[in-house]
Design a protein around this ligand. Structure first.
Ligand code: COA
Length: 186
């Protein structure tokens, strides 16, 4: 795909969570910085720490710029929005991204966060299943992830979309793991 097509590739899925909540899974928007900062402040300090592996009180302008400018080729980023009966987005509840490794184009680093009150309702699984399928289309075959060693949720979630190839200590308390993705059905 030429670069311009990657930039405009309109990833869009409408589906429901296991409890019937209608959701849309779509690309993050380049003008979504204010929205992302707002959502970040609605997260608990613990969830932010699990995502960024350190205390994190705010996103800087540079971070917001990076997080909202996903090119659709080497940096894929998807948002989950809850829909009302008319199909309008009433809440953004999760975001995940896959950022290709500079030295090995078949590997990307994955990161995900779901708003606390939506945990354990299938949001992470819906999001990462779609992100993995898109990543596969762009040539990514393995996801690398970093997490606190006691983060059972991310380990369980990643095991749903890939097969663990290794897990090793990256720094005190933090593990690095790699998961082989599977070809999406069809
Ligand atoms: C990790 C995280 C993304 C999981 O999202 P989620 O929407 O709760 O995940 P799902 O509801 O889709 O659950 C997927 C699986 O993980 C399991 N799971 C989720 N949270 C769990 C937890 N805290 N402990 C054990 N299992 C957990 C679920 O039970 C489910 O497995 P099952 O279907 O076999 O029961 C979410 O907890 C989160 O945002 N955490 C903070 C950020 C973070 O840790 N990011 C990881 C580093 S990038």
């Amino acid at each position: 795909m030429p670069d311009t097509e990657h930039a405009h590739h309109a990833f869009l899925r409408q589906t429901t969570l296991p409890d019937g909540t209608p959701i849309r899974i779509r690309r993050i928007r380049a003008d979504g910085a204010a929205e992302l900062q707002r959502a970040f402040h609605q997260l608990s300090p613990g969830a932010r720490n699990q995502r960024f592996l350190a205390r994190k009180d705010r996103l800087t302008a540079e971070e917001l710029d990076f997080l909202t400018h996903a090119d659709g080729r080497d940096h894929l980023a998807l948002v989950v929005a809850v829909l009302d009966a008319a199909g309008s987005e009433v809440d953004k509840i999760a975001v995940a991204r896959s950022v290709r490794d500079r030295s090995d184009p078949s590997v990307a680093e994955v990161a995900v966060i779901v708003k606390d009150e939506w945990h354990r309702r299938g949001v992470g699984e819906a999001l990462l299943t779609n992100l993995a399928a898109w990543a596969w289309q762009t040539g990514v075959r393995r996801w690398r992830a970093y997490y606190w060693k006691d983060n059972a949720g991310i380990q369980r979630l990643l095991a749903k979309v890939g097969v663990k190839r290794y897990e090793q200590r990256e720094s005190p308390g933090i593990l690095e793991a790699e998961y082989a993705l599977q070809a999406p059905p069809g």
